[in-house]
Write a protein that binds this ligand. Structure first.
Ligand SMILES: Nc1ncnc2c1ncn2[C@@H]1O[C@H](COP(=O)(O)OP(=O)(O)OP(=O)(O)O)[C@@H](O)[C@H]1O
Length: 552
């Protein structure tokens, strides 16, 4: 589903994209930024040429006041412009990163579940955290390099003014050195891409090592084999990064050597071919020496700029992916959802797709009716599709075909968010938030009452905002999730294996006390359970096999 709001679908080329991303939230016009950057570069050039001229005239015993005055003016303008541009660049970049992060996360929270699952948490985390950080850190360096470029341009003009031959020689040498460096940089970039892929594999290993710590502590063979894989990946990373580092060093050295050769040829050869005025050779030498520093700055910033562009493209790619799957709900255009009476699934089918867009598992066709106030139990073997069915029922996954009818009207006539708001869910992979979100006017006493009811008062209590302790066992954490579900007080509760990690005492309490209390409150329950001995507590038992309901 393409993003209706994102009309600008043509992707700008790398550096334009970078500029667009960095400058889009700037309150200063682009022209002003360029003006100050260029002015600061020019004044920097003036500053150095005044010093150069003053040094020469000092040698000739002339009065220095004129140069001193010029120096003072240039230094003041340089200070003001450079300070302005550096301060503004920090604000602009941090604004850009701030807006970018919030914009992506804003889009992400409106994204559908299945594309979000397919993008994966690693990519989202890397882009939103690492790549945006990189853009933020590289901006000041890039601005400095841009000023260095202005400086070099003016220095070259000055060299041309002193000697046309020296100017042509310098330009030629510059073209050779920079194109050699850039060619090397292309090779380096290829290696860096390989290093990046390898880095992701290395992160995976670290995750396995941390997440699987218990397993590797128990089994030293696992520990050693995993570490052998870690080492293999680290070895490859070292190899690629060393190779690219060496290439960079050689390229850099070559560029430096070429400059010394340029200097030597101007000092030793130029006077043989051209008559130079007194002091011109000294000025030329000083100017070329003066160009080397800023040029180094520019050349070493090129890889950083390339990486910043890559980071921008990565972020843009993620943003486009998320935008393409963002829900385009316009709540005001939907009629209000009536109170829940019945949900009907007619021939509903849902497919999980593999990387080749082939179905790896099909749920359905499902025909099912959920009536208000009913207690429903879903049973079935592992992988029979119970959780998938619940995600389709709650509209977290959208059916590939079939209809969902809400009180007799098709669901697509209503706002999906309103529909989902009917449900309280505890999925098998539920997340316990550190705060209780989504419950207005939360009554702390009521929360603590539930904590007591669930037998957790010796472990935790609610302080008005947070639970005092969430470092609990799996079963205890599920009881806390159940408390949140009770507090939400929705008409339909989805409970996916909530009793799976509970002790027999709590199971009995749940099925004989809590469940009947739900019935009394008129709640509708769908619960996945493997507790055969309590199935008589439900109005209906739905059995699933290979993605289908085989009895209900
Ligand atoms: N995010 C996913 N992407 C692709 N396939 C999935 C995904 N989640 C589940 N599946 C596949 O769908 C099938 C049904 O999974 P589901 O989790 O619905 O089964 P279940 O009946 O709840 O299993 P269990 O009792 O083990 O929890 C499985 O074969 C599983 O491999």
């Amino acid at each position: 589903m393409p993003d209706q709001n994102n009309k600008d679908t043509a992707r700008p080329v790398g550096y334009k994209l970078y500029l667009k991303m960095v400058l889009q939230h700037s309150d200063i016009p682009k022209r002003t930024i360029v003006f100050y950057t260029v002015l600061s570069g020019i004044v920097n050039a003036v500053l150095l040429s005044v010093l150069n001229a003053a040094a020469n005239s000092a040698g000739e015993g002339e009065v220095q006041v004129k140069y001193l005055l010029l120096f003072a003016i240039a230094l003041t303008v340089f200070y003001i412009t450079k300070r302005y541009i550096l301060r503004k660049s920090v604000t602009i970049v941090e604004n850009a990163v701030y807006s970018l992060r919030l914009r992506i996360l804003e889009k992400l929270r409106h994204c559908e579940l299945s594309p979000m699952e397919s993008i994966g948490k690693d990519e989202i985390f890397t882009r939103v955290s690492n790549d945006t950080n990189f853009i933020s850190q590289s901006a000041a360096v890039i601005i400095n390099a841009f000023q260095a470029l202005v400086l070099v341009t003016f220095a070259l003009i000055y060299i041309g003014f002193l000697s046309l031959t020296a100017f042509i020689a310098t330009i030629l040498i510059l073209v050779v050195a920079i194109s050699y460096f850039l060619r090397r940089q292309n090779e380096i970039n290829q290696e860096l891409r390989a290093a990046n892929k390898n880095e992701s594999a290395f992160y995976d290993h670290i995750e396995n090592l941390i997440e699987g710590f218990k397993e590797i502590k128990i089994n030293h063979l696992k520990n050693e084999q995993l570490f052998a894989d870690v080492k293999k990946t680290a070895d490859y990373g070292k190899e690629v990064k060393t190779s690219s580092g060496l290439r960079f060093a050689v390229g850099y050295m070559f560029s430096e050597m070429v400059f010394y050769l340029l200097l030597a040829s101007i000092i030793f050869l130029l006077p043989q071919f051209q008559t130079l005025y007194t002091g011109t050779l000294t000025r030329l030498t000083a100017s070329i020496l003066f160009v080397i520093g800023p040029l180094e700055n520019i050349v070493t910033t090129i890889p950083l700029f390339a990486k910043a562009i890559q980071a921008t493209q990565n972020i843009d790619h993620l943003e486009r992916k998320i935008s393409a799957f963002a829900e385009n709900e316009t709540p005001k255009s939907y009629p209000p959802l009536p109170p829940f009476e019945e949900i009907k699934l007619e021939n509903v089918v849902y497919d999980y797709m593999d990387e080749d867009r082939q179905s790896s598992f099909t749920l359905g066709p499902i025909n099912f009716t959920l009536k208000k106030g009913s207690l429903n139990c879903i049973i079935g073997g592992n992988g029979s599709g119970k959780s998938t069915f619940l995600k389709v029922l709650t509209n977290l996954y959208h059916p590939a075909s079939g209809r969902i009818l809400v009180n007799g009207t098709e669901l697509r006539n209503f706002n999906k968010e309103d529909y989902r708001f009917w449900f309280s869910t505890i999925f098998t992979d539920f997340h316990l938030f550190p705060k209780i979100y989504g419950i207005p006017n939360l009554n702390a006493d009521k929360v603590n009452e539930y904590i007591n009811l669930m037998g957790l008062s010796h472990k935790t209590h609610f302080n008005g905002t947070n639970f005092s302790n969430v470092r609990l066992s799996t079963g205890q954490r599920k009881r806390l999730a159940l408390i949140c579900t009770l507090l939400e007080d929705k008409p339909i509760m989805i409970l996916d294996e909530v009793t799976a990690d509970q002790d027999p005492g709590f199971k009995k309490f749940f099925y004989t006390e809590i469940l009947p209390s739900f019935r009394l409150k008129g709640k509708t329950i769908i619960m996945v359970s493997h507790d055969d001995k309590y199935t008589e507590q439900f109005d209906r038992v739905i059995e699933m096999e290979y993605g289908k309901i085989i009895s209900q």
